[in-house]
Design a protein around this ligand. Structure first.
Ligand code: HEM
Ligand SMILES: *[C@@H]1O[C@H](CO)[C@@H](O)[C@H](O)[C@H]1NC(C)=O
Ligand SMILES: *[C@@H]1O[C@H](CO)[C@@H](O)[C@H](O)[C@H]1NC(C)=O
Ligand SMILES: *[C@@H]1O[C@H](CO)[C@@H](O)[C@H](O)[C@H]1NC(C)=O
Ligand SMILES: *[C@@H]1O[C@H](CO)[C@@H](O)[C@H](O)[C@H]1NC(C)=O
Ligand SMILES: *[C@@H]1O[C@H](CO)[C@@H](O)[C@H](O)[C@H]1NC(C)=O
Length: 328
């Protein structure tokens, strides 16, 4: 990418907003609920707004919930299904347990939707819409969404464990997980920009602070100032595992391009964040998003539509759940 792509991005930004994007699954439809649930956008927006007004972090949590839904058997609301005595779902998979959050917010939005348009809007679409509203509310971009996803009737804890990227695996492995979903390395770089908001538990990055790659030492790339700060947030004992650190230490609640700026001075929180600088192609994209914030905003919307189209159920497949926590 070169600076001339800025002009191109201005054009494509308008195109993404006005026309349907070619990245979207052709079975999804930008007008899907226009006649069956005309107030859908307002209802989701107001549910996200109240949740974020109560707790700022919730916007980030909703964004992550959509990602973890889409990467496991497609965007089918599977992450929302509760475990029962006969059913093991995704909520207690490694990447989600004690970490994925926002389920009550989705429940509240669903309950409101059931009043206005019963058995009409899928939980998978609610997740998609809530993620977009959360980004916009945090000062990030807004994009048009094709809708019409249907809810799955099953979930897979083992798929969640295997397919959701881990913060300690190398960039090539993360890229391979994205590629297996029809995404590419560019989407890894763009969507990692979601880490411009939200928080991580010490357990997600603590080995970088004390025992990086089994060396018994901190990750040498961490500067002494950020290392000291993080070590005081996350002392080297199990009791600190659930303490939190901001993924973007400079503007943790604002959806901007500062996440990428932090990578330039080795202040990425997760190993997988900083790893974007370890490859010349991804590092070039990072530098471009620092230079052209508008390009990041535009590309983020496009990659979200792409991610939101992974493995969707449409037509007569799946169902419209009445309660997002259980199949009908
Ligand atoms: C590229 C591979 C990715 C890895 C390895 C990764 C890993 C992580 C980890 C370990 C956390 C902290 C979890 C915790 O400690 O509780 C986290 C948080 C988060 N992730 Fe990612 N992530 C990735 C991609 C994404 C994508 C694609 C999105 C959304 C588009 C996303 C959105 C978020 C958000 C918003 C948070 C903060 C959540 C909160 O504060 O509740 N991540 N991620
Ligand atoms: C649409 O939803 C919003 C948010 O819940 C609500 O304030 C408004 O009254 C609704 N409008 C209609 C026409 O139902
Ligand atoms: C508001 O946020 C707090 C956490 O900060 C949470 O415990 C509480 O349940 C939330 N209340 C509502 C109504 O969402
Ligand atoms: C990365 O992927 C390779 C090939 O699939 C695998 O052998 C390796 O264990 C993975 N590394 C990590 C840290 O997951
Ligand atoms: C971890 O250590 C192994 C050798 O012990 C090395 O091959 C590998 O590159 C190291 N990984 C990182 C991320 O530094
Ligand atoms: C890293 O860069 C950010 C700007 O992105 C700045 O606010 C921060 O102070 C810098 N941190 C270090 C340790 O240099």
């Amino acid at each position: 990418m070169d600076p001339s792509s800025y002009t191109h991005s201005l054009l494509s930004f308008v195109v993404v907003l006005v026309l349907s994007t070619p990245l979207a699954s052709s079975q999804l439809d930008y007008k899907f609920y226009d006649s069956t649930c005309p107030n859908l956008t307002n209802i989701v927006r107001s549910g996200v707004w109240s949740a974020v007004a109560n707790e700022t972090r919730m916007g980030a949590s909703l964004l992550r919930l959509h990602f973890h839904d889409c990467f496991v058997n497609g965007c089918d609301g599977s992450i929302l299904l509760d475990d029962t005595s006969t059913f093991t779902g995704e909520k207690n998979a490694g990447p989600n347990r004690m970490s994925a959050r926002g389920y009550e917010v989705i429940d509240a939005i669903k309950a409101n939707l059931e009043k206005s348009c019963p058995s009409t809007v899928s939980c998978a679409d609610i997740l998609t819409l809530a993620a977009r509203e959360a980004v916009h509310l945090a000062g990030g971009p807004f994009w048009s969404l094709p809708l019409g996803r249907r809810d799955g009737t099953t979930a897979s804890q083992s798929a969640a464990n295997q397919q959701i990227p881990s913060p300690s695996e190398p960039l090539e492995n993360i890229t391979a997980k994205f590629t297996s979903k029809g995404l590419e390395m560019k989407d890894v770089v763009v969507l990692s920009g979601a880490h411009t908001i939200g928080f991580a538990k010490c357990s997600s990055f603590k080995q970088r602070l004390f025992n990086f790659n089994s060396t018994g030492k901190p990750d040498p790339i961490l500067g002494s100032s950020i290392l000291n700060d993080l070590q005081s947030t996350c002392p080297n004992q199990d009791s600190s595992d659930s303490n939190l650190a901001a993924l973007d230490l400079v503007t943790p609640n604002k959806f901007d391009n500062v996440y990428y700026k932090n990578l330039l001075n080795n202040s990425g929180l997760l190993q997988s964040d900083q790893a974007l600088m370890g490859d010349s192609n991804s590092a070039a994209m990072v530098n471009n998003y620092i230079k052209y914030p508008y390009l990041f905003a535009n590309d983020f919307g496009a990659s979200m539509v792409k991610m939101g189209s992974i493995g969707v159920l449409t037509g007569k497949d799946g169902e419209i759940r009445k309660n997002c926590r259980m199949v009908n």
